[in-house]
Design a binder for this molecule. Structure first.
Ligand SMILES: NC(=O)c1ccc[n+]([C@@H]2O[C@H](COP(=O)([O-])OP(=O)(O)OC[C@H]3O[C@@H](n4cnc5c(N)ncnc54)[C@H](OP(=O)(O)O)[C@@H]3O)[C@@H](O)[C@H]2O)c1
Length: 309
């Protein structure tokens, strides 16, 4: 101090010293954490020789892709959007179980996936109806027999029957609700039973923009997609304490084989490709575990959706 005037340079020097001290403490903490992690890694590596630890038994393919060493169960993976997601995941090194009702389609898809993969992957198939509990139980048993860990579940299989409500057959209603809602519920239930003890996992539910903008004649479908959104949110909430995330992917018009073969008016609208959509599924699958995309609407820019037409 000079008289009553504060000595600013001394004060600034003091603040600088405090910043340097804080920086050094941060560096030391980081070094300390890194060294503790290294020690723990080597202890765990040694343990893996003695005890069975699913994470450590994984094949070491760390340098091969964003999903190397990870596993996924993808329903409806034989064609359409599911096919796009299967191809995107295997290109990033993911081991998979793919399901649908038709074994021939699954065999063809598994072959295509093996060709698309850059490395030798485990690709298992399961043929069965996703709305049938025995088949879903069998699918999860098959998954557990083949894989010791479940990183990802993609609830994608879908049915589209519809018509004016006053003419809609109860069988059509039941078929769509069973495929689009009962199936994902049963899969989510069994996946949560695996993921909770892992304290890790991610579920991706393929919904639809029909959960926000309905089309006429789509009562069962739109209802199921509103339902999937609810299931997604409850799963995300219940998964919170177990490091389990749940993402809702809501596509607009996607040019699948089914839609390309159709002459319906809505199938002539602007479309995006299954591969473009699969990039978003891949992004969801590779996010840091503490991050989730709760509801993603992904659609062609030209599709009539926002506004009123
Ligand atoms: N394409 C679009 O524009 C669009 C838009 C919004 C949302 N989505 C949603 O995206 C998802 C996939 O649709 P997509 O257009 O790709 O349909 P898709 O081309 O018809 O493929 C549907 C997949 O689900 C399987 N599947 C259907 N019913 C099944 C059942 N009961 N049990 C087991 N597997 C079943 C199909 O195989 P099998 O028939 O051999 O069983 C196929 O693998 C659906 O949830 C759909 O609602 C699609």
């Amino acid at each position: 101090m000079v008289g009553d005037i504060p000595d600013e340079s001394a004060e600034i020097a003091g603040i600088c010293r405090l910043y340097r001290l804080k920086k050094r403490v941060t560096e030391l903490s980081r070094e300390c954490i890194q060294s503790t992690c290294n020690t723990l890694d080597s202890v765990l590596d040694n343990q893996s020789l003695i005890v069975s630890k699913p994470r450590l038994q994984r094949r070491d393919r760390t340098s091969m892709g964003k999903l190397s060493g990870k596993t996924a169960l993808i329903t409806g993976g034989s064609k359409g959007i599911g096919r796009g997601i299967v191809l995107a995941f295997v290109k990033e090194g993911c081991d998979l179980l793919i399901s649908s009702r038709n074994q021939e389609d699954l065999d063809r898809m598994a072959e295509e996936a093996r060709e698309a993969a850059e490395h030798d992957l485990k690709i298992v198939t399961h043929a069965g109806d996703i709305g049938c509990s025995d088949s879903v139980d069998a699918m999860f048993e098959k998954f557990k027999a083949n894989f010791d860990y479940m990183d990802l579940l993609v609830n994608n299989a879908g049915a589209f029957n519809g018509g004016p409500i006053d003419q809609l057959a109860l069988e059509d209603w039941d078929h769509v609700i069973n495929t689009n809602l009962r199936g994902p519920f049963m899969c989510t239930k069994l996946a949560m039973q695996i993921m909770k003890p892992q304290n890790n996992g991610r579920i991706i539910n393929v919904g639809s923009i029909s959960a926000t903008r309905v089309r006429p004649g789509s009562a069962p479908y739109s209802t199921s997609k509103f339902g999937i959104q609810g299931l997604t949110h409850v799963t995300a909430l219940e998964g919170r304490d177990y490091n389990i995330t749940c993402c809702g992917l809501h596509p607009g018009n996607i040019a699948t084989e089914r839609r390309q073969a159709s002459e319906a008016v809505e199938d002539q609208e602007p479309m995006m490709t299954v591969h473009e959509l699969a990039e978003v599924a891949l992004l969801m699958a590779t996010l840091p575990q503490h991050v989730e995309i709760l509801d993603a609407v992904v659609l062609p820019h030209q599709q009539l959706y926002v506004g009123r037409g």
